[in-house]
Design a binder for this molecule. Structure first.
Ligand code: PLP
Length: 457
């Protein structure tokens, strides 16, 4: 901390801010990078340095940084009313319009929308809905939830249990009982010699069925998955026919399918929803992030009629739907989200991403010739670059080598912010990226890979 100028924002930061997913002690030494403004796909730090955002800042900034248009909508909504809640039957027009719009664009017919502020809250609420549903159906024992290893679904007490990353559980005494983790369908790394993607998907589905039978089908309430596996797995697309085979098992044992569209929703994968790209037919959808281009904290849970019928049954029994957050349906956040969806319509978002998809996959796919890269795969403007020590054996680097962190550090030097896991670079640039910017971003990543290769040689 001593090297940070007294009273600088950096010194004041380390004196006061506890940062999520940051080494608390090391941060006292390093201090923060303070970001001050942005435009397009570029974010600027307070030294004036501009970085390309290869991950849309936590998969968020679908429209890039800064927006007069969304700012005006927020300002006008605040000027008119600012806040009112939607508890006990109160409502506001932005919330109504937004829910109506979400139902109109839902990947499968949905019945109602529950609004809140974050992806974690959406998944948390969806989890309560799953339990509420089975209780309403007189099957309270259907409580266990299956998510997947390396999945990230949030940081609340419940959603960190859905999250299949042991490092995130350590120190908190998590996960609670009743959370199970199916295999992460990482075809490239885990397929056997000669095994096709489809055969691999079948193996995943068979393993899921074994797990369900072992636990007792009557005890499993839902299966939770993001269509393209984001945070923990590093933007990993499912192998061919994976969800078709998984859902055949779920249907057999009357297990609900929850699609976590927090990253994949709103054009990211080349369709409005990742569910459409990956063949998921969900009972419940959770979404956030690009819902408002992340300019306001807002998320949504979309539920089908079957779930809503259960909610009504519970209201009859218990007096009301006893769940909600103060900022649910916040008019300012809802108005900004609604305007974001209008912008998506005007820019013909899905067609725009579809048109960029081959350029994106070609530019980053070309990295496969790099000695550190084993595979590149993705859909739309979301993909992952697999970092390997041994290409022939598809073997990753030992975790201690922190290869992802090294690539990340070199990319920063080259003006590119990345999202890396231990052995994968996850790409999800702002959806407004141009063809030229995609090519430039891939060139910067290649440079960072070269620097990393030279460092470890
Ligand atoms: N679900 C997925 C797939 C996510 O990637 C995230 C966050 O990155 C979440 C849920 C949690 O969202 P939030 O950080 O808004 O709570």
């Amino acid at each position: 901390m001593t090297h940070l100028a007294p009273n600088s924002p950096h010194a004041r930061d380390v004196a006061s801010v506890l940062h999520p997913y940051t080494h608390a002690r090391r941060h006292l030494e390093t201090g923060p990078t303070i970001f001050s403004e942005g435009s397009g796909i570029y974010i600027h730090d307070d030294t004036g340095r501009a970085y390309m955002e290869g991950a849309s800042a936590l998969w968020c900034a679908s429209l890039g940084f800064a927006s007069e248009r969304l700012a005006k909508v927020a300002y006008e909504t605040m000027r008119r009313m600012g806040y009112y809640h939607i508890f006990r039957g109160a409502s506001n027009e932005p919330a109504i319009d937004l829910c109506e719009k979400l139902l109109a664009i839902a990947p499968v017919p949905m019945s109602k929308v529950l609004l809140q502020c974050s992806g974690s809250e959406a998944n948390d609420s969806a989890l309560k809905l799953v339990w509420y549903h089975w209780n309403a159906q007189g099957r309270p024992e259907k409580r266990k939830i299956i998510s997947r290893k390396a999945s990230y679904h949030g940081s609340t007490v419940a959603t960190i249990c859905l999250t299949g990353i042991p490092d995130f559980h350590k120190g908190f005494g998590m996960p609670f009982e009743g959370f199970l983790y199916a295999d992460c369908p990482h075809y490239y790394r885990d397929h056997e010699e000669g095994e096709t993607e489809e055969q691999f998907s079948q193996r995943m589905a068979d393993a899921l069925e074994e797990m369900i039978l072992r636990e007792g089908p009557d005890t499993i309430g839902a299966f939770w998955a993001d269509p393209i596996q984001g945070g923990g797995a590093g933007a990993l697309p499912p192998p061919a026919r994976y969800f078709e085979k998984i859902q055949a098992v779920l249907r057999k044992y009357d297990i609900l399918m929850v699609a976590d569209e927090v990253i994949c929703g709103f054009g990211r994968t080349g369709n409005m929803w990742g569910s459409q790209t990956c063949g998921v037919v969900p009972d419940i959808v959770t979404c956030a992030k690009a819902l408002s281009a992340a300019m306001q904290p807002i998320s949504a849970v979309l539920m089908n009629e079957r779930i809503f019928q259960s909610v009504m049954t519970q209201s009859d029994r218990l007096g009301s739907f006893v769940h909600g957050f103060t900022y649910a349906g916040h008019p300012v956040a809802a108005a900004v989200a609604l305007e974001t969806l209008r912008i998506y319509e005007e820019m013909d978002l899905v067609a725009h991403v579809k048109a960029l998809e081959p350029i994106f996959l070609r530019a980053f796919g070309a990295l496969k010739d790099h000695p550190l890269v084993g595979d590149v795969a993705g859909h739309g403007l979301m993909g992952g670059v697999e970092l390997v020590q041994d290409k022939a054996k598809r073997r990753p680097f030992p975790e201690g080598q922190k290869i992802g962190a090294k690539v990340d550090a070199h990319a920063r030097e080259r003006g590119l912010i990345l999202r890396t896991t231990a052995d994968r670079v996850a790409l999800s640039p702002p959806l407004i990226i141009t063809e030229e910017e995609i090519v430039e971003m891939a060139a910067r990543l290649r440079g960072a890979l070269d620097d990393t290769f030279a460092e470890i040689a």
